[in-house]
Design a protein around this ligand. Structure first.
Ligand SMILES: [Fe+2]
Length: 208
């Protein structure tokens, strides 16, 4: 209580500082916008976590690292995904925008073995979602969609306005469907796995 560093222990504070420094080194020059986005997602995830009773440390840490591999060139990311036997059931080139989370989730445990597996799962799920999102997964997914530096479409603003009023489940559902709408609006390729998750969630939500 009264800790100026927020809800964290000394060790957690050190780890957050270290991860932020590593991120600055990794993307500060190559992609300062991505760096700012990542740090903003981390803060937003931390706030959401506090609001919804999720561990803010895990949310903050997952937020910092969620786009770790977003700065890897497209071809290299695809070859890493192939080397890791990552299988989306479709040509990897079609799902290239979704790969960075999955590849990072497989590679980061070696870089940061001290972090628990929940953090890596949240990173893996931040682009695609899942039928059985944990609260931490949902917090990171939603934070990625609504962090304040993201230009607000109507859908994003709607989700922002729901924070603290709706359940975390509802927030995730809104963000998830908003993501699909965006893909449709911009006439992009929609990954069939996303449609499967969508349909499964519709059935679960209607109690079928
Ligand atoms: Fe992101």
């Amino acid at each position: 209580m009264g800790n100026p560093d927020g809800p964290y222990s000394f060790e957690q504070r050190l780890e957050i500082d270290r991860l932020e420094r590593d991120l600055v080194e990794r993307m500060g020059e190559a992609n300062p916008k991505r760096l700012a986005h990542s740090l903003s997602v981390a803060r937003t995830a931390e706030e959401l976590a506090i609001t919804y009773g999720v561990d803010p440390y895990l949310a903050r840490v997952a937020g910092i690292l969620h786009d770790w591999d977003k700065v890897v060139p497209r071809d290299e990311l695809m070859s890493r995904a192939k080397a890791l036997d990552i299988d989306f059931g479709v040509d990897l080139a079609l799902v290239e925008p979704l790969l960075h989370g999955v590849v990072a989730a497989r590679e980061l445990p070696e870089v940061y073995p001290e972090l628990p597996s929940e953090v890596f799962q949240a990173i893996e799920r931040h682009t695609i979602g899942a039928c059985d999102m944990t609260s931490l997964d949902a917090v990171v997914f939603v934070a990625d969609g609504i962090e304040p530096l993201r230009t607000g479409t109507i859908g994003i603003q709607e989700t922002r306005d729901m924070v603290g009023k709706a359940s975390l489940d509802e927030l995730f559902w809104n963000s998830f469907v908003g993501g699909i709408s965006y893909v449709l609006d911009t006439r992009r390729y929609l990954y069939p796995g996303t449609v499967e998750i969508y349909n499964e969630l519709v059935l679960r939500r209607s109690g079928r």
